[in-house]
Design a protein around this ligand. Structure first.
Ligand code: SF4
Ligand code: SF4
Length: 292
């Protein structure tokens, strides 16, 4: 027993300070909020849209629109673009209250993610979420789970996962909602007392993602239950999920979510490295399964 206590003291604090140390958890290959520059597009070019596997990007004469709710952050559009009009930054703040706010078009706008004042007062100090895996591939689920580990310790913010919808304030849904999971989601939602909130995590839960239009899958959580917060990614980085949840509760500043790409690149270069270029500055205990 004494040895265990001494070991804990030796190890010290292992949780990531958020948001202060957020950049330490990002690897150089991480792809966050895309920055679009439609002015650079050649007339008639649609190479980015042509390679997109999910139909997330649309281009016309003087306009590009990228729907973060459909995007799987594969970066094929960035590679295909001959003029650099599509660039992914390392801005992990992607969550929004409405699906419309997930559309990026190269123009700055402020995206708010917080609940109204009454719900913030109700859930701000303690939010219990029942996780419903509605047909996902397990990557979103893994990055939701990792927030409960010592590296992230989401409970220090008053957020916990509940074992039963009867004990929950809301649902956190992953996956496109398969036909098999439709009834389970409806009944789980009905079992949560009002007022209740629903958070859709990942491209599948927002739009169906790669499974959109499949006969055995619906088009995300909103096709079954009303959604209060959308957290994009495939899977979303734990930072993106944490940022979305805390902004929903009004626990971190509501600020515009765009950073210039050059500023972000500079930030990453300053990080200490641990030998492997893809592990730059990553705390050992903050591992996640993110493929981005
Ligand atoms: S990164 Fe997103 S928008 Fe670009 S090709 Fe991949 S899925 Fe489509
Ligand atoms: S959004 Fe991507 S990572 Fe999440 S369940 Fe769907 S395919 Fe898997």
């Amino acid at each position: 027993m004494m040895r265990a206590v001494l070991e804990r003291l030796r190890q010290g604090k292992r949780s990531l300070d958020f948001p202060e140390q957020a950049s330490h958890a990002l690897v150089p290959r991480f792809r966050g909020r895309p920055q679009l520059s439609p002015a650079r597009c050649h007339e008639g070019c649609a190479e980015c849209a042509d390679v997109c596997p999910t139909g997330a990007i649309r281009s016309s004469a003087d306009r590009i629109e990228l729907d973060l709710g459909r995007c799987i952050f594969c970066s094929e559009c960035q590679s295909a673009c001959p003029t650099g009009a599509v660039e992914f930054t390392q801005d992990y703040r992607l969550a929004a209250r409405s699906a419309q706010d997930l559309v990026v078009d190269g123009r700055e706008k402020e995206v708010r993610a917080s609940l109204d004042r009454a719900l913030r007062r109700l859930f701000g100090r303690s939010l219990k979420l029942r996780v419903v895996s509605a047909g996902g591939c397990n990557a979103c689920e893994a990055d939701v789970n990792v927030l409960g580990t010592i590296g992230w310790d989401i409970s220090r913010f008053g957020i916990e996962y509940a074992a039963s919808p009867r004990h929950a304030d809301g649902l956190l849904v992953t996956g496109p909602v398969t036909q098999n999971m439709r009834l389970a989601l409806e009944e789980t939602y009905a079992a949560v007392a009002e007022p209740r909130i629903v958070i859709a995590v990942g491209a599948c839960a927002i739009s169906g993602g790669l499974f959109a239009d499949h006969p055995e899958a619906l088009s995300g959580a909103a096709s079954v239950v009303p959604v209060d917060l959308y957290i994009p990614g495939c899977p979303p980085h734990p930072l993106t999920i944490l940022d979305g949840l805390l902004r929903l509760l009004g626990k971190i500043a509501e600020d515009p979510v765009r950073f210039p790409a050059s500023q972000q690149a500079g930030l990453i270069e300053q990080l200490p490295t641990t030998g492997h270029s893809q592990d730059a500055g990553r705390p050992r205990s903050a591992e996640c399964s993110c493929q981005q």
